[in-house]
Design a protein around this ligand. Sequence first.
Ligand SMILES: CC(C)(COP(=O)(O)OP(=O)(O)OC[C@H]1O[C@@H](n2cnc3c(N)ncnc32)[C@H](O)[C@@H]1OP(=O)(O)O)[C@@H](O)C(=O)NCCC(=O)NCCS
Length: 381
Amino acid sequence: MAEMAYSPGLEGVIAGESKICKVDGEKGMLYYYGYPVKDLAANADFEEVTYLLLYGKLPNAGELKDFSKRIRSCRAIKAPVLRMIQDFPRNSHPMELLQAVISFLSGYVDHKIEHSPTCSCRSTLHQIAQLPSVVAAFHRFSNGLEYIEPREDLSHGANFLWQLKGVEPDTDEGEIMDKCLILHAEHSFNASTFTARVVASTQSTCYCSISAAIGSLFGSLHGGANEKVMAMVNEIGRVENVRPWLEKALADKRKVMGMGHRVYKAKDPRSVIIEDYLQTLSKKHQDTSSYDILKEVERVFREKMEEKGKPIYPNVDFFSGAVYTLLGIPSNLFTPIFAIARVSGWLAHIIEQREHNRLYRPKALYVGEMDKPWQKLEDRT
Ligand SMILES: CC(C)(COP(=O)(O)OP(=O)(O)OC[C@H]1O[C@@H](n2cnc3c(N)ncnc32)[C@H](O)[C@@H]1OP(=O)(O)O)[C@@H](O)C(=O)NCCC(=O)NCCS
């Protein structure tokens, strides 16, 4: 086989075939199994989209009813898992807990089925169902509050808010939370998804694949930009401060969080939808302060970048932190929410990887030394 050109970070390298997701960066379009994400966000709920990702087709009414029932019945956390969350060091990040919990959960499933390399993962819905309960439990224990049992009558997003706050969200808030999960559910061969596929390619379990993917998502170059957007909004404080703040940030070569994308060279379609949610929530809470600051950041930043011939648009993280904040969610849970959503995409990729598996084993371009003479221990400095 001919030597391939080295591409740092595998940028531009095609690392596999997939039917799950198409990101059209030029047109600013995102598709899950061929369906534009804006249509899914407008019409489906998270469980329906999860079914689409796991089975490659939209469910009919009966299939959706059974699937929702199955996921909802897996939401409750077993007592030992709850004790583990309670005992987890309080100063840990919830992403560290999530990663550990997935391994712990794998001990509570039927080993013969779930740990077999041929397990379809479709029967293994604990990861999808229980991540919101785990994140909510961790948050409540960290704040000296009691764990709240899940409810089977609520959507995935609404139940998460219920378990987090102990107050049933109204229809708008429950729907917005659920639809934010849809928008974060899948995004092709990003770092965490690729991690999941690499682990799956060794015929490891889907629990090991998901746990590795969570570790990958934890890194600040992947998940976590929306947390930094909210830190930026707080630092700016008022709309009048936007221009001087941005001028200084750009002079200091600081990156403006939530702006720009490696793949999208047009508006990220998810940011357009999430902006709508932020407008809805800002009006409802009669608090447009974050929205006003973000819009001014977008306007001034784009003006500055266009002067340099660099059209740069908001990405998915630009408005989502402000949406979560208005939903009463603290910023250390933003990346865990990403995991709550993306676990559906990871499982879809694990299934697809297993169907046409080839072990991932790239080569390294060796740049070290060769044929060095052996040195006795006493001769080494
Ligand atoms: C996502 C990101 C890493 C993509 O970077 P990239 O692939 O270099 O993007 P581009 O090639 O389009 O960048 C073109 C230029 O604009 C600059 N640029 C891009 N996004 C920028 C940002 N948010 N703030 C300041 N400058 C930015 C780049 O540094 C580059 O400048 P250069 O030509 O002087 O090197 C980058 O946009 C970024 O760091 N954004 C902020 C973090 C963020 O929101 N991450 C979540 C992504 S979903």
